[in-house]
Ligand binder design. Structure first.
Ligand code: PLP
Length: 386
C-alpha cells in the first residue's frame, strides 16, 4: 500500500547537486559544508552528501548533530548556531565545531571541553551587515585574544552570513571587505584557518563570477544542494535538479459545488477573511494534507492544477479538466519552506526514490517566478480564489 501523504526524496538528484556544486566552488578554492537543517538531518540525505564527497555537515539543532554523530556519519559535524549555555555539554560531546559570538558561551564550552578532556573547535561569526549573528569587526582582535586564553578551545575559523535576516547580499565588495578583514586577523595572530566561511546559498552568483575568492575557503550550502536554487534572487541553478523533493497526497473528496461560499460570512478557522471569484459550479477536489503537514503556499502542483485554499488538514484544488477520484495521488514541487515543514511534520511519510522522481517535465519558468526566501509568499493562503 502506498503511504500518504509523503515526501519522495530522490537521493541521486541530491548527490548530483552536491557533486556539481562541490566542483563549481572547488574551482575557486572553496570547500562546501552541507547544511541539513531543512531536512532534520535526515540520515539518508546526510549519507548521500558524504558519498558526493562533502566532508563537513552542519545543522542549527544540537539534536540533529547528536543524531548524525550516533549514526556514525563520517564528516565533521558543525553546530550552525551559537549553542545555548544549556546546550554546552551536548555541543562538546557531539559537535566537532560550533559557531560562536559570545565570550561567556565560549568560556562555558572551554570549561566543558576540559571536563570532557576534548578539544572543541569554534568558528567565530562576524557581522557584515545582515544583522543576525556576529561580532562587529572592530571587536574581533580583543575577542580572538580572549579565545586564545580558553583551554580546550581551538579557533578553527571565521565565518559570516548574508541574506538571512536583513537581506544583505554578498556582493564582490562585501566579500573583499570580509576577506581583507580575515587576512588582517590571520597576519596579526599568525593564524591558518581551515574554515574561512563566506556565506550560504546566496553566495552562488558571487562565487561563479569572482576572479579571486581571496581568503574565503568555505561556504555552507543548504537550499542550493537540496533544491538547486541560489537564494539571493531565488533563481534556479542551471545543471542542478530543482525536484529532488516531491510532495504527494491523496484525493479524499471530489465533487461539483458552487465556487463561492454561501451563508453569513465571518472569519475562517485561521482568522482570515477570504474572498472568492464566482466561477459558477465547479469540481472541487480535496486532498489529505493541510497546514499541519506542509507550507501550502510553497507547493506547486506538477499538473496544471490550481490550489484554491487550505485548512489544517485539507487542501482544496481546482483540477481544471481532470476528474480525480478518491485514492488518486496528486504531486507537487516544493520550495524550501514546504520541504522544511513536510520533513518536520510527524504526519508526513519520508520515502526514497531512485531515478526520475517526477513523471512530468519540470516547469522551469513557473519556478523562476517564485521569488527569494526573503519575499516568499506568506504562510497563509489568503484570497486564493484567483
Ligand atoms: C541555514 C544556514 C545556512 C544555509 O543556508 P542556505 O541558504 O540553505 O544555503 C548557512 N549558514 C547559516 C549560519 C545558516 O543558519
Amino acid at each position: 500500500m502506498a503511504v500518504l501523504p509523503r515526501v519522495e526524496i530522490n537521493l541521486e538528484k541530491i548527490r548530483h547537486n552536491a557533486k556539481t556544486l562541490k566542483q563549481l566552488f572547488g574551482r575557486k578554492g572553496i570547500s562546501i559544508t552541507g547544511v541539513v537543517k531543512g531536512v532534520t538531518a535526515d540520515l539518508n540525505i546526510a549519507g548521500a552528501l558524504v558519498e558526493a564527497g562533502i566532508t563537513s555537515l552542519a545543522d542549527s539543532k544540537i539534536a540533529n548533530i547528536e543524531k548524525m554523530r550516533k549514526a556514525g556519519i563520517k564528516a565533521d559535524l558543525i553546530l550552525l548556531r551559537s549553542p545555548g549555555i544549556s546546550e554546552v555539554e551536548k555541543t562538546v560531546r557531539y559537535a566537532d565545531i560550533s559557531m560562536n559570538t559570545e565570550l561567556d558561551t565560549i568560556r562555558a564550552l572551554s570549561a566543558e571541553a576540559v571536563r570532557q578532556q576534548k578539544t572543541h573547535k569554534i568558528i567565530l561569526m562576524v557581522e557584515m551587515g545582515d544583522l543576525r549573528e556576529g561580532i562587529l569587526l572592530k571587536d574581533a582582535p580583543a575577542m580572538i585574544r580572549e579565545i586564545f586564553t580558553c583551554p580546550g578551545i581551538e579557533l578553527a575559523g571565521i565565518g559570516t552570513n548574508f541574506a538571512c535576516f536583513g537581506g544583505v547580499l554578498p556582493t564582490e565588495q562585501k566579500m573583499q571587505t570580509f576577506s581583507r578583514f580575515v587576512q588582517a586577523m590571520q597576519e596579526l595572530f599568525s593564524l591558518k584557518l581551515p574554515y574561512v566561511s563566506g556565506g550560504n546559498s546566496a553566495n552562488y552568483n558571487w562565487a561563479v563570477k569572482t576572479k579571486d575568492a581571496e581568503a574565503v575557503n568555505n561556504v555552507r550550502l543548504g537550499e542550493s544542494i537540496l533544491l538547486g536554487r541560489e537564494t539571493s534572487g531565488g533563481h534556479i541553478i542551471p545543471s542542478l535538479y530543482q525536484d529532488a523533493f516531491c510532495f504527494v497526497a491523496e484525493v479524499i473528496e471530489s465533487k461539483i459545488k458552487p465556487s463561492v461560499p454561501y451563508g453569513t460570512i465571518g472569519k475562517n478557522a485561521f482568522g482570515e477573511q477570504v474572498t472568492f471569484i464566482d466561477r459558477g459550479n465547479r469540481r472541487r477536489t480535496i486532498i489529505s494534507a493541510g497546514r499541519h503537514d506542509v507550507l501550502v503556499s510553497g507547493l506547486t502542483p506538477v499538473r496544471p492544477f490550481h490550489i484554491i485554499g487550505s485548512s489544517s488538514d485539507h487542501i482544496i484544488l481546482d483540477t481544471k479538466d481532470a476528474v480525480l477520484v478518491p485514492g488518486d495521488e496528486v504531486r507537487f514541487y516544493m520550495n524550501y519552506g514546504a520541504m522544511l515543514r513536510a520533513m518536520t511534520s510527524p504526519y508526513v511519510y519520508k520515502t526514497y526514490v531512485h531515478g526520475a522522481a517526477t513523471t512530468e517535465p519540470y516547469k522551469q519558468q513557473f519556478l523562476l517566478s517564485r521569488g527569494t526566501r526573503q519575499n516568499r509568499p506568506p504562510e497563509t493562503e489568503k484570497n486564493p480564489a484567483n
